[in-house]
Write a protein that binds this ligand. Sequence first.
Ligand code: ATP
Length: 140
Amino acid sequence: SERTLAMIKPDGLSGNYTERIKEVITESGFDIVKEAVVRLDAERASLFYVEHSGRSFFDSLVKYMTSGPVLVMVLERPDAILHWRALIGPTDARKAKTSHPNSIRAMCGLDSEKNCVHGSDSPQSAAREISFFFGDARSD
Ligand code: ATP
């Protein structure tokens, strides 16, 4: 079994999509092994997305990610990382609506920034992001 970090971003929480997203999660065979509602400040949001710090959209991304609380979850199932990425759909929610109409971003996202959910993209980022929010403890 494998773990990944899933996040419902501020627009997902404020749009009341949490319960519908959690239904998709459990119906897709994931266990939610940890969860927390967190408010990111600009420093923490910048650190989370540090790989994008040189991008033109970075300031806007930090503003978006600090606009309200987020819900972070550790999800577990076989192939959790790839499976969750497939469920959320492409980064641009407008594309998701046409090419991946059953994806989570098609359900609750708006555009290439406000895409309502996040998922780790590799085992390395999953490990980094899980410890970013939940610390390094190996046990539950
Ligand atoms: P995430 O890392 O949040 O799961 P992702 O891996 O699909 O998303 P990345 O390329 O890592 O996409 O971008 C991280 C986040 O930055 C995106 O989820 C989105 O909120 C924002 N973003 C990405 N591209 C753009 C863009 N062109 N314009 C505005 N915001 C963007």
